[in-house]
Design a protein around this ligand. Structure first.
Ligand SMILES: NC(=O)c1ccc[n+]([C@@H]2O[C@H](COP(=O)([O-])OP(=O)(O)OC[C@H]3O[C@@H](n4cnc5c(N)ncnc54)[C@H](O)[C@@H]3O)[C@@H](O)[C@H]2O)c1
Length: 260
């Protein structure tokens, strides 16, 4: 028996990166996992879980649509008979640099995937969740304040932080907790350009230099935080967004030469 034995978890954006790491971890901890992503590589995530002796179903869909959400929630109910954990994690950047001339279509698409997506997932999952269930959304340090991402992306993630707070409040008394994680810079397909560029220049040691832990993070380190927030061990944690960023958001910008 492990902490998620007998439970069913949905992870969106599970084709790679943080979502895959979380799906694998929750499965190792006993959960039956529905892994959803628009990228068919999500099937590999489900295969990895099954090969390791776990239970998993892949759903290839746009998770930021009503039909997509019904597909992955339906898979949890039909295949595994319930729904205990939702990790609304799928996201896009819309580009890696802040642009004041961002066109409306791109801006809207970032909001659709990053903010509407978790909302649609929550709204569709809730009728199937009972007391003890838990929802964890992936926000970002970019949503806490400026300087960690493009404008639409940062605004969408700020929205996710409030979505966590507002839905936790709206679920008052129902025994369903809603929390979020705010990752810092994590080594995933989303940041591959940056990591590849740094590695090609032999400057990998510069990655994460602005946080006091002085390195970038690994997707497994975010997965651990998600699993904890989704577990009964975090039973009194509700409406919170936990920064998992090596300490980046704990400090004001500083001039490195001033540091001791
Ligand atoms: N990597 C980082 O440094 C970092 C930092 C902070 C927050 N995040 C957030 O973490 C989450 C996971 O990102 P990641 O870093 O693992 O990168 P990733 O690109 O590997 O994961 C995002 C996944 O979401 C999927 N996706 C995108 N749009 C979708 C849609 N409409 N329907 C279904 N799936 C869709 C992608 O196919 C991809 O597999 C995202 O919400 C991202 O914004 C990442």
């Amino acid at each position: 028996m492990t902490e998620f034995t007998g439970k069913t978890a949905i992870v969106t954006g599970a084709a790679g990166g943080i979502g895959r790491a979380t799906a694998l971890l929750l499965a190792r901890k006993g959960a039956s996992v529905v892994a959803a992503d628009v990228n068919p590589a999500v099937r590999d995530t489900a295969s990895m879980i099954r090969d390791a002796g776990g239970r998993a179903e892949a759903v290839v869909t746009d998770v930021a649509t009503d039909a997509g959400a019904e597909a992955f929630v339906g898979a949890a109910i039909d295949r595994f008979g319930g729904l205990d954990v939702l990790h609304a994690n799928a996201g896009i950047t819309g580009g890696l640099v802040p642009r004041l001339d961002e066109d409306s279509a791109t801006f809207l698409e970032v909001l659709r995937v990053n903010l509407l997506g978790p909302w649609v997932a929550i709204r569709t999952a809730l009728p199937h969740m009972t007391r003890g269930a838990a929802i964890v959304c992936t926000a970002s340090v970019a949503g806490l304040r400026a300087g960690a991402g493009p404008i639409a992306y940062s605004a969408s993630k700020a929205g996710v932080i409030n979505l966590v707070q507002s839905t936790a409040m709206a679920l008052s008394g129902r025994g369903i907790r809603v929390n979020g994680v705010a990752p810092g810079l994590i080594d995933t397909p989303m940041t591959a350009l940056l990591y590849d560029d740094a590695r090609a220049k032999g400057r990998e040691d510069r990655i994460g230099q602005l946080n006091p832990t002085r390195r970038g993070g690994q997707p497994e380190e975010i997965a651990e935080a998600v699993a904890w927030l989704a577990s009964d061990a975090a039973g009194y944690v509700n409406g919170q967004v936990l920064a998992v960023d090596g300490g980046l958001s704990a400090q004001h910008p500083f001039t490195p030469k001033w540091s001791l």
